[in-house]
Design a protein around this ligand. Structure first.
Ligand SMILES: [Zn+2]
Length: 362
């Protein structure tokens, strides 16, 4: 019991809800920025947030398609079309081009540590709070003419994407409501809410494309249902549902994988690689339990014969709308977020295992 409590406390502190960074001119109290997107292991932070945190001002010029930053030494300019920073008539190379992500122009940690610290004229404290990326980098030098001439990169490793893309199917939609609870709450609603939260997690932290079969309340044909999983780069497929039972005491998450994948024996390496749905389900179960969510188990499903046979696929029944307390929980944004967080964690660990398998560790 005590160890469970410790584990929960550990998880609460170990896992920030979203990707975030702390930033400040050295010696000042850091400002926490949470609108951060991870792309290929690199954090992308809105340039307006970043310069604001170090006391600079700037604006987007939509005619010239450049972002101008006001410094004591004049204007600096960056553009999503260029991998250079223009300053005092000179062009300085950027490690990563600024990018528009989710409607905002964003720069990377390398920009903050190298170019921005020069623009401010003092070292910048920067910390990436996402524990899954390489963190804590700081730049001591502040001599204005030194650093612009070369790119200093103290980041130890930039990992490639662990998975290339994810397909998510929020079950039901439109007239097809799925299970309806006693209070009128419909399965299709919670399936979509958790799918959207999960998609956001994956986009922000893994920076990979996420294909949703639907992003609103409408009915799908079988073809539309399968379409997201048919993309070549999709490495796993999750189907989100919620169930109901005659007994009001049943509760918790239940995981389903293709029937033939459950009986496959994990004796030889071949079977293990073919059986990645089971491994994905196991990682999901682990992560959910660590988030203090009940998991009933992993079961075979005869319904899951759809899609590519070897694509890691798990149908997640998010809970029971027939259980009064769970019904109430499933309608709250907080619990939906907790489910999404835990599922994200499971995916990340599964991806890590797959990567280690490919690299020959095991
Ligand atoms: Zn369903």
């Amino acid at each position: 019991m005590r160890s469970t409590l410790l584990l929960i406390i550990f998880l609460l502190f170990a896992e920030p809800l979203l990707a975030a960074v702390d930033i400040a001119p050295r010696g000042k109290k850091p400002l926490r920025l949470e609108d951060v997107y991870q792309q290929d292991g690199v954090p992308y932070i809105a340039v307006e947030d970043v310069i604001g945190a170090v006391g600079l001002k700037g604006h987007w010029n939509s005619v010239k398609h450049i972002f101008r930053i006001r410094t004591r030494h004049g204007w600096a300019e960056i553009s999503p079309a260029s991998s250079y920073l223009k300053f005092s008539g000179e062009f300085y190379p950027l490690k990563e081009k600024p990018r528009f992500i989710d409607g905002r122009l964003r720069v990377t940690d390398s920009f903050v540590l190298n170019q921005l610290s020069q623009l401010v004229g003092r070292p910048i404290y920067f910390r990436n709070l996402d524990p899954h990326t390489d963190t804590i980098i700081s730049e001591e030098s502040s001599s204005i003419d030194r650093l612009f001439s070369f790119l200093l990169n103290k980041k130890s490793r930039r990992s490639g994407p662990l998975i290339r893309a994810v397909a998510i199917d929020p079950g039901h939609g439109g007239l097809d409501t799925g299970v309806i609870a006693v209070d009128g709450f419909k399965e299709k609603q919670v399936n979509l809410a958790v799918a959207k939260k999960l998609a956001k997690q994956l986009k922000m932290k893994l920076g990979v494309p996420i294909y949703l079969s639907r992003d609103g309340d409408y009915e799908l044909t079988v073809e539309q249902r399968l379409e997201p999983a048919s993309h070549e780069e999709v490495d796993l497929w999750l189907l989100l549902h919620t169930q109901a039972a005659f007994s009001p005491t049943l509760q918790g998450v239940t995981l389903f994988i293709r029937a033939d994948e459950v009986v496959a024996s994990p004796d030889t390496e071949e079977v293990v690689t073919e059986n990645s749905s089971l491994q994905l389900a196991q990682q999901l179960a682990l992560a959910l339990r660590e988030s203090d969510i009940t998991v009933n188990g992993i079961y075979p499903s005869g319904l899951l014969s759809l899609g590519r046979g070897n694509l890691p696929t798990v149908q997640i029944e998010l809970g029971f709308l027939s259980h009064p307390e769970e019904l109430a929980q499933l309608q709250t944004s907080g619990y939906q977020e907790r489910l999404a967080q835990a599922i994200y964690q499971g995916i990340r660990r599964f991806a890590q295992l797959e990567k280690e398998k490919k690299n020959g560790f095991n």
